[in-house]
Ligand binder design. Structure first.
Ligand code: VGL
Ligand code: ZN
Length: 195
């Protein structure tokens, strides 16, 4: 899997079993773990070796408590993924693969929606796009929540930036099933590989 990387989008408690719980989220987390496992086979099995050959990057929706997308502020979403709360944490089972430098926050600015993780930033202020280039990644595998919003916007920005994008369809959760199916069809037509 040389030159490949996995981007895990918003596998956070508020999207799994919290205020904005999405369909298929438990299964998406389980399938993501299975996928990560399948990539570790034949690579020595040591976690640091996996990370050297197949980096795993995490996106976090990371809002201030008065984010403009929240209903109380006139937005369309219930309050979710507030920085520092349980709802904004990455699922426990994925924690062994989380590395601070490869974790990118988005939606931090109160006034901006920012569905895409592409311009999310890590604790050193680097963006996801920048770090993927530094890693020499050409093929980006994407999974996460929600298909129609953050996953889609992240995939489209990656594609525009010239990466080959592979979407792991069993590792997705969504707000609405019809919206999920439609988003997959449209992404396929745009040149995103659905796998
Ligand atoms: C998302 C709704 C609100 C997402 C983020 O990451 O898909 N959806 N905020
Ligand atoms: Zn959000």
């Amino acid at each position: 899997m040389k030159n490949s990387a996995l981007v895990v989008v918003d596998m956070l408690y508020d999207f799994i079993d919290g205020s904005l719980a999405c369909h298929n989220s438990d299964s998406a987390v389980a399938q993501t773990l299975k996928y990560i496992d399948s990539q570790t086979k034949g690579q020595g099995g040591e976690e640091h070796e996996i990370l050297d050959t197949f980096p795993i990057l995490f996106i976090r929706d990371h809002h201030p408590a008065d984010h403009s997308s929240f209903k109380e502020q006139g937005g369309i979403w219930p309050s979710h993924c507030v920085a520092g709360t349980h709802g904004g944490e990455i699922h426990h089972d994925l924690q062994p693969y989380v590395n601070e430098e490869l974790t990118f926050d988005k939606g931090c600015d109160r006034a901006t929606e920012q569905y895409s993780g592409y311009e999310g930033v890590n604790n050193a202020g680097q963006s996801l796009g920048e770090v993927l280039e530094l890693l020499d990644a050409t093929d980006i595998y994407v999974c996460g929540i929600a298909t129609e919003y953050c996953v889609r916007n992240t995939c489209e920005d990656l594609l525009k930036a010239g990466f080959k994008v592979h979407l792991l369809k069993d590792c997705l959760a969504y707000v609405d099933h019809e919206g999920h199916v439609k988003a997959l069809e449209e992404m396929k037509a745009e040149g995103i590989e659905i796998e």
